[in-house]
Design a protein around this ligand. Structure first.
Ligand code: WQD
Length: 341
């Protein structure tokens, strides 16, 4: 007996696609909705191979209220996971209004339609960027929210507030904002992974593309930070573990159906911090490939170190990550090897 339909906005993107697979494996029917502005239709073939041929896909923009309402009317899902958003930090500094318009309007539509059509359970993609550079590590959910470093980060902060206010208005809505740390890796089958269009901003795709010969050299952004080896520290979480956290969030909201009507914030990380040089050396050791890299200047906006306190994710969701960073790097490399330039 299927557990019900879950609408995944941005379902053809990196995290959304892995979440579609995880939901299917957990017995739900994933409904993929995407406007394909930053992902390739080939992701759908891969999701279908890992789920079922009949997977429903809506080519819809969440900013188009009427088109989105059609999907709500057709499907009556048990929950919505809202990933659809622009996510390039640097671009958001150059084109802030593009980010505010798209990310906030799409969320407003999702919230309004969820209330209108009595779809109570909502999971919102938030980010550890809401913590800025925390004074104390690891960061927990009650740590101060600092002014955002970029318009992108600000859309996540405002997004959390929009979700909170909608829930607290008394609407029949319950929501969990998941604050992701650094998602990395790929599906172990190598059918799904991260495919940034153009030059990658993020560390792991830049490493795999450099080793594959797509890029000449990786620049390590600064080795003069106050950390043991001078490079920045992050909490790298396998994308499949992150996908499972969404399944756990939907189950938690469903279970609490009658007793719970609220809003919650949960860190999704491993609880371990790794420096940039540790990631590079782990990649070299596990794959046997040398990476051509140089040390360069700091990247503006980077925080020195951030990693998650995972107490709440374990307790509230009953979730913990299964994969190590090394396994994530091997999966990212196996995925890279399937790609053609
Ligand atoms: C990781 C580390 C870089 C590239 C990103 C998003 C952010 C958030 C989490 C979701 C940093 C260093 C990188 C390179 C390098 N999540 N680096 N050379 O910036 O921690 O955060 O994921 O919303 O919004 O931006 O991730 O992968 O870019 O960087 O030295 O070529 O690797 O300085 O220390 P970041 P990243």
């Amino acid at each position: 007996m299927p557990k019900g339909k879950v609408l995944i906005t941005g379902g053809a993107g990196y995290i959304g696609a892995h979440t579609a697979v995880a939901l299917f494996e957990a017995g739900y029917e994933p409904l993929v909705l995407d406007n394909f502005s930053n992902t390739l239709p080939s992701a759908i073939d891969a999701i279908r191979q890992l789920t079922f041929d009949g997977l429903k896909v809506y080519e819809t923009d969440c900013c188009d209220y009427q088109a989105l309402e059609e999907v709500y009317l057709n499907e009556k899902p048990v929950g919505v996971i809202h990933f659809a958003a622009f996510k390039a930090v640097g671009e958001s500094v150059r084109l802030p209004l593009k980010y505010y318009k798209n990310n906030l309007m799409s969320l407003a539509n999702v919230l309004e339609l969820s209330v209108k059509h009595s779809i109570k359970n909502l999971v919102f993609s938030s980010s550890c960027t809401v913590y800025g550079q925390p004074e104390h590590l690891p960061v927990h959910e009650g740590s101060p929210i600092l002014p955002a470093e970029s318009p992108y980060g600000n859309t996540k902060q405002i997004g959390e507030e929009m979700v909170r206010d909608a829930v607290q208005s008394g609407a029949p809505l319950a929501a969990i904002s998941l604050r992701y740390f650094n998602p990395v890796g790929a599906h172990p089958s190598s059918k799904l992974g991260e495919l940034p269009l153009g030059t990658p901003n993020n560390l792991v795709p830049f490493i795999t593309q450099t080793v594959a010969g797509w890029r000449d050299q990786l620049t390590v952004f600064g080795d003069d930070y106050p950390t043991p080896d001078g490079t920045c520290i992050r909490d790298y979480i396998h994308v499949c573990d992150l996908a499972e956290a969404h399944v756990a969030a939907i189950k938690t909201l469903e279970k609490a159906e009658d007793s719970y009507s609220g809003v919650d914030y949960i860190n999704i990380g491993t609880g371990r911090g790794h420096s940039v040089l540790e990631v590079i050396h782990a990649f070299e050791d596990t794959t046997g490939h040398k990476l051509n890299y140089q040390i360069g200047p700091r990247r503006p906006g980077d925080v020195t170190a951030v990693f998650a306190d995972t107490t709440k994710s374990k307790k509230a969701l009953g979730w913990s990550p299964k994969y190590s960073m090394e396994e994530a790097l091997v999966h990212a490399w196996n995925w890279q090897k399937t790609l053609k330039k």
